[in-house]
Each structure stands twice: as C-alpha cells, then as structure tokens.
Design a protein around this ligand. Sequence first.
Ligand SMILES: [Cu+2]
Length: 345
Amino acid sequence: MNSNTANIKEWALDFRFWNAAPRSCVNLTKELIAMPRSPDRRRFLQSTALAGLAATAGCLSVASSSESSPGDEAATANPTDSPVAADGNVSSDSTCQVTDTPSQLTPPESLDDWLADANGYDGEPTRKAGSQVDIRVGESVDGEMAFAPAVIEVAPMTRVTWDWTGHGGQHNVVALDSTFDSGQPNAQAGTSYEYIFDETGEYPFVSEPDLESGMKGAVLVREPPSTGNQTVDMWMRDVENFDGTVTDRTGSSVVTITVGVEGNGGSFGFAPPVLRVTTGTTVNFEWTGDGGAHNVVFENAGIHSGEVTHEPGIHFQHTFEERGTYRYTCQPHSALGQKGAIIVD
Ligand SMILES: [Cu+2]
C-alpha cells in the first residue's frame, strides 16, 4: 500500500469516527463531508462537475451537472492519486478525539434486529429478479424518510441503482461494511449511485445524515431459487413470485392455475408458478381480472389461450398427455416476469 492509499484509508477512518461523534462535532463534520475520505469520495467530488458519469460499479452521477465532458475521466480516476488537498488539517483538531467511541458504521450482529426499525420495511425483503434494480432514496413512509424498497433480495451480478428523489434533505448510501459508498450526502433529485453485486452476502446500508432516524436498508444477495430442475430454474430466474417451490399436484385430475395474482410489480403472476402434475391432468387457467389483459402461451408445445383478456374466469384449459417440462408466459407481461412452468411426470 502506498502512502496515498494509506492517507485515503485514514480519511475514511477519520470520517467514520467523526461522523459517529457527539453533537459538538457537527460543524467539524460538515467541513469533513466536503473532503475526500475514500477513492469513491474522490470520484464523487470529480463527478460533480461532469455529466453522464460512466456506468460502472460504484459510480455516482449528479443530475445538476452543468458541463458536458465525458464521464470516463472521473470513472477511471486513479484511486491512488493524491487526495484533494484539505484546507485545514482537521485530524489535528482535538475536540472530537474521543478515541474509544466505536464507529456506528459496523455490520450488525443480527441483521433482523438491526432492520427492525428500518423505515418502510415490513420484515419481508422484496425479491427482485431482474438484472437491474432501482431503489428510491428519500421516500416518505409514515412521515419518515425511507429507502424504497428498503430491503431487497437479488441474485449475484445484479446492478442496483439508488435514485435520489430530492425529498427529505441530504442523503447518501453507505454500506456498513464499506463495500459501497455514494460519497457526500446530497439532496439533488436525479442523482443516482449504482453498484453491481457480484458476490452473495448481506449488505446493510444507511443514509448517514439519517442514521438515527431509521433511514436504512439492506441488499441481500442470494443465489436464485432452485427447484433442482435446470430448465425450470433458468426459465423462472426473473420471476419474482417464484421462490423455488414446486407445487406437487401429482395424482389430481384437475388443477387450477390462477392468472393475474400479485407479483412482478403488479398483478402479473401465475399461481402456483411451478406445478408438478401427472399425465392426463387437466389444468384450468382462471383469470382474476386483475393486472390488465393476460394470455397464456406455451414456449415449447404450440399450446396457447389465444387473445388476451382481462375478464375474470376460466378462459383456457389444457390436458397434458405427454411427460415433459412445459414453460409458459403471458405475452403482454413476459418482460415483467409473468411466467410459469408445469412439470408433467
Ligand atoms: Cu399478463
């Protein structure tokens, strides 16, 4: 590690320390947050003057930029460059040097306990199946500022983008384990920060100015649900109302699949999403009437319900005489993840 990197690390430690310090340090904290504390911080400072910051992991872009220089320069900034010169040597100011105060930004022992008072979180992570997921920064929930959704579950290699609403003052996005850090708090609507999660794990994060008021959340990176049937797993990978369960109705002569249940960002789900039946079973597809007009189109067997419809009721049935793994979708909502599968044994 060269000395510049070491400096940056010290900055990072200093900032955590100061930010967690008592109220008497408020003014100093304000000075500090205008200074670099990590490579990302430096990147952010540079990017404030640039538009269209290149979209790489851990990049932040600011909507109000006035210049139109390409963002590549900032995105590829060498993190070992000398930190931006500080006007005052704040680390020599002793008013906040309470050396035993632990940083508040350390991963919690129990994530569930830590999330218990997260604004806008009901205890159930929101599973997001796409490769790109957005979180709003500064959503008013019961009068409190929240991330929305506060807690998401995603698969590895998902790109998560935090989008500032501009509401509720200054916010930032900082992982408790320092995995990601959007830089200094910002109140500008249209600001965004993104990070690509390539490893499974639990990543709690906060908005530092709102640390005490519950504006926090977590990204839970988990392998996608698996049934053990690879064809099904691949097909269902982007289906949010699928949790890996195969509903076993083998031996039933008639089974109903509901079309237009809650899921995939609206009433865009089939239920049960994955069904196991035996040959000779008739499957009825019953529309709820929710989520607009749906249809049912099978990928691999020339089976389909025909025209889309939004009317409640059973509009389609099929008797499966051949074994196989059948995949189907609703054409208008396929991209949203309205998909299902039937395993016929
Ligand atoms: Cu549909």
